[in-house]
Unconditional design. Structure first.
Length: 64
């Protein structure tokens, strides 16, 4: 039904992309080189938010 509506009325004028915050995302921290075991992940343990920000700032390609 959505494809038919797009053909009749044209495509949507607004697109939305949801992106998680890189500073608090454990997967982005792993890409930045932080040693995090995602199978035994506990957000209360490990580096604090300042260290998260330093990791992303030191490796901007990890956040991309």
């Amino acid at each position: 039904m959505i494809w038919g509506t797009c053909l009749m009325l044209g495509g949507p004028l607004l697109w939305l992309t949801i992106n998680p915050v890189d500073l608090h995302n454990p997967i982005a921290q792993v890409f930045a080189g932080e040693n995090i075991d995602l199978n035994q992940f506990n957000a209360q343990l490990g580096p604090d938010s300042n260290q998260h920000a330093e990791n992303i700032a030191a490796n901007p390609y990890a956040a991309a």
